[in-house]
Design a protein around this ligand. Structure first.
Ligand code: 4AD
Ligand code: MG
Length: 459
């Protein structure tokens, strides 16, 4: 209520429903063709041509062009719209009229307009419709999210999150939320964010995995969905320091089972977006024909085969550096491999040395880990990382020591190998990487409302 009184003090409007007609949204306006309705939003843009004004309104659900002819509306309505500043908040009454050329299929014949707050000419909305540099836009991210393209990306993000949850909920998985404050590393000690926990050292979680291995032994099939943190000093277009991960974990599952699960999840997410967010994908400028090709099964290649592919690419001059067996795939390597396929490719069985401590060794070749990375097409690189987990108590203790991790902090995790240990497997999908690929974005920074990166903590 505080907000409303502050608002009414600074503007003429204290009635949020000042018109006589029913309130609707721009997305729903087609249901009211020819009838007077009220929409509440902001002035996105204004074109003036003498006695005709063409204000574009946005309300969060879409954008619609209004038509304000001087000779057809009361003088005060024309005067209110004329010269109205960008992002002024407005309540508009009008009659929607079908128009094939309009992006949403309708135009609005404006009947009445109430300006809720007029943005001052002296301090105009900083993001004009001309091009701005990325630094400027990032500095104004709190306003940039209003741009229709950015809003469309956020709607696709929400759809992907909902689809991922539906996918697991509908297949007997239970959502179990792991802690965010943790006493130890999951994905290696070099990227931990330390936190002072009442004079004890704690860290922001890098992944919920270790904890959902415990809940998987309790509930069979589980998943987590939450924020994860990596103090990565990388400035690539794929890295955030705070990102969201969806992680399934399945008892009595081996590597091939979760590879099947991963490809089904990814194709489900893409299909859901094509079904429900096609208009948003079009607003974003996504080449939808590329997404339409994403169907199971996905190609699967071993790390060995990937290395061969990279070495051949180097011999042909397509890759600068010669890749040596034993290293982790870097961004250019992943980009090259993924660009060879029109759907995501699953690279499995990396050398154990370049992967996390908890991965089960391949019984045929113990120098390899039973793991998989899913690389998205069009050069988007890794969107999913997963593995079969180590089932043996003794080997796990050995690995914890080899990785220089404190055994004490992993006592509970080792318990899982003492009391009814079973083969189990899982993976993590980074939401932002998935959104960047599905939307076809240059950089993950646009996939989350307020990205956190090496040099970005504001706004
Ligand atoms: O491959 P990662 O490090 O795997 C894990 O964390 C496992 N514990 C997951 C599991 O098996 N439950 O990360 C998983 C995914 C990556 O494939 C990528 O999509 C995303 O998380 N990711 C990042 N996304 C944005 N910024 C970063 N810095 C990311 N690091 C990983
Ligand atoms: Mg990984």
């Amino acid at each position: 209520m505080q907000i409303f009184s502050a608002l009414s003090a600074s503007s003429a409007v204290n009635n949020l429903n000042p018109m006589a007609s029913p309130i609707t949204t721009i997305a729903e306006i087609g249901k009211h063709e020819g009838q007077a309705v009220t929409i509440r939003g902001w002035l996105y843009n204004l074109r003036e041509s003498g006695k005709l004004l063409f204000p574009q309104f946005r309300d969060g659900s879409g954008v619609i062009q209004g038509v304000v002819p001087k000779n057809a509306v009361p003088a005060e309505v024309f005067d209110a719209v004329k010269g109205l500043t960008q992002e002024s908040s407005v309540i508009v009454e009008g009659k929607p009229r079908a128009d094939k050329r309009a992006p949403g299929g309708f135009e609005l014949d404006v009947l009445n307009v109430q300006v809720v707050q007029r943005v001052s000419e002296a301090d105009p909305y900083p993001i004009s419709l001309k091009e701005h540099g990325v630094d400027f836009l990032m500095e104004h991210r709190h306003l940039w999210v209003r741009t229709p393209r950015q809003a469309a990306i956020l709607r696709v993000r929400a759809e992907i999150i909902k689809a991922a949850r539906d996918f697991f909920d509908d297949q007997g998985f239970t959502l179990t939320d792991p802690p965010i404050l943790t006493p130890a590393a999951c994905e290696g000690t070099s990227t931990l964010f330390p936190v002072d926990y009442f004079d004890e050292q704690a860290f922001l979680t890098q992944s919920g995995q270790l904890y959902i291995e415990a809940t998987a032994a309790a509930l069979g099939k589980v998943y987590s969905f939450g924020p994860t943190f990596r103090a990565e000093k990388s400035k690539t277009r794929r890295h955030l320091t705070e990102f969201w991960m969806v992680e399934p974990e399945v008892a009595y599952a081996e590597l091939s089972d979760i590879m099947d699960l991963a490809e089904r999840l990814v194709s489900f997410l893409v299909n859901r977006c094509l079904e429900k967010r096609r208009a948003d994908l079009t607003t974003i400028g996504r080449d939808i024909s590329k997404l339409a090709k994403i169907e199971v099964p996905f190609p699967r290649i071993s790390y060995d085969e990937a290395v061969k592919m990279l070495q051949e690419a180097h011999a042909k001059g397509a890759l600068e550096n010669k890749f040596e067996w034993g290293g982790d795939l870097g961004s250019p390597d992943e980009t090259y491999i993924s660009s060879q396929f029109d759907r995501p490719v699953m690279v499995h069985r990396y050398p154990a040395k370049v992967k996390a401590f908890y991965m089960e060794p391949d019984p045929q070749r113990p120098e390899l880990a039973l793991c998989v990375d899913v690389l998205a097409p069009e050069g988007y690189g890794e969107i999913i990382g997963g593995s079969q987990r180590m089932a043996s108590y003794d080997l796990l203790v050995k690995r914890i020591h080899e990785h220089g991790l404190p055994e004490e902090a992993f006592k509970w995790y080792l318990d899982l190998r003492k009391y009814g240990s079973v083969p189990h497997s899982g993976f993590g999908m980074g939401i932002e990487r998935a959104v960047a690929w599905i939307c076809g974005l240059e950089h993950v920074r646009e996939t989350i409302p307020f990205p956190r990166m090496l040099h970005r903590l504001y706004p």
